[in-house]
Design a protein around this ligand. Structure first.
Ligand SMILES: NC(=O)c1ccc[n+]([C@@H]2O[C@H](COP(=O)([O-])OP(=O)(O)OC[C@H]3O[C@@H](n4cnc5c(N)ncnc54)[C@H](OP(=O)(O)O)[C@@H]3O)[C@@H](O)[C@H]2O)c1
Length: 296
């Protein structure tokens, strides 16, 4: 295993909690699975993630019908005080319609209550307000186009009541983040990876405000049509030279790129999970970093 010179710390801060920089995105545990399949397969992966030292888990009540959150709550009950479980608000599953926007303040409050029940928590350490103004994903229209300040007021009330520990944002623009800063934002979860860096200015604003940057799609996602970092030819060449996998190159670049980046790669595969956690000890050399920095 590789090589050298760009050092990066293995822990970061999230809402005042020290966390390993390699967390776990739970969405893949539900992706294209029935509730019965989630119940069958997810517990072992979740247990293994925690055994490997992961203490930051990203989820959502709307990943499926809530089963995944219930499985997380049951499987990790004994460890819950040592974990930073992060959920997101702004969408819900409606029978017959699938995933729809649920952005209104009273809907956000109802989603917090649903998350507390399904996860079995007294407080959700962090919730991300997942805006739906732009792709990817559903776009909010009509009465779902909600003023950001009204949402932040609802979330600030929930924080004051102790139901949530801290507020994060997801899928936001630079101006939305600037608007939200006075509310006290602890993390931003936007799409970002070595091939997709349109949100670099938002990352930099987070860095200068001590806000964690927790990108979704760090590997390019499991969705068809999204560029996969591990398929990029330069990434493959670097991986061969350093005797690591292309996915590890993708994740190691993120860790080295900025100190406020925390990772939540998603996997339902035990080998991939171990591979992803192992990137803490991988250091990309200067040649690899300079090739990767120039990819976009
Ligand atoms: N805020 C938002 O709007 C939003 C949107 C999407 C996702 N998220 C969160 O972000 C997390 C990460 O995003 P994501 O899961 O969509 O995408 P991702 O982490 O970029 O990629 C996941 C895909 O990569 C594969 N993979 C993972 N590790 C691998 C490895 N070591 N080698 C090869 N393939 C590997 C997974 O398949 P295998 O299962 O086969 O490993 C899956 O197909 C999600 O789990 C979710 O918690 C948030």
């Amino acid at each position: 295993m590789a090589v050298t010179s760009t050092a990066h710390p293995s822990t970061g801060m999230l809402a005042g909690h020290p966390v390993r920089r390699i967390g776990f995105g739970a969405m893949q545990l539900e992706f294209r699975k029935t509730s019965a399949e989630v119940r069958e397969s997810a517990p072992a992966v979740l247990r293994r993630a925690v055994e490997l030292g992961v203490n930051h888990i990203d989820t959502a009540q709307f990943y499926g019908d809530g089963t995944l959150n219930r499985v997380i709550g049951e499987t990790l009950h004994a460890e819950r005080d040592n974990l930073v479980i992060v959920s997101k608000l702004g969408a819900e599953h409606v029978a017959g319609s699938g995933l729809v926007a649920a952005q209104r303040p009273e809907q956000l409050r109802a989603q917090v209550e649903a998350n507390l029940t399904s996860l079995g928590l007294q407080q959700i350490p962090v919730v991300n307000l997942r805006r739906a103004d732009t792709a990817p994903g559903i776009i909010a229209t009509g009465d779902q186009s909600v003023d950001l300040d009204a949402q932040l007021a609802a979330l600030s009330d929930l924080r004051a009541e102790g139901k949530i520990g801290a507020i994060g944002l997801s899928n936001v623009s630079l101006s939305q983040l600037q608007q939200a800063l006075p509310a006290g934002i602890v993390c931003v979860q936007n799409m970002y990876n070595v091939l997709e860096r349109a949100d670099e200015p938002i990352l930099q604003l987070c860095l200068s405000n001590n806000i964690a940057w927790v990108p979704f799609f760090p590997l390019g996602s499991g969705f068809p049509g999204q560029p996969k970092v591990a398929d990029q030819p330069d990434v493959i060449v670097i991986a061969r030279r350093l005797d690591v996998t292309p996915a590890q190159v993708a994740l190691a670049w993120l860790l080295a790129h900025a100190p406020n980046i925390l990772l939540i790669p998603g996997t339902a595969n035990m080998l991939h999970l171990a591979e992803n956690v192992a990137i803490e000890s991988i250091r990309l050399d200067e040649e690899a970093m300079s090739t990767l920095e120039e990819l976009v």
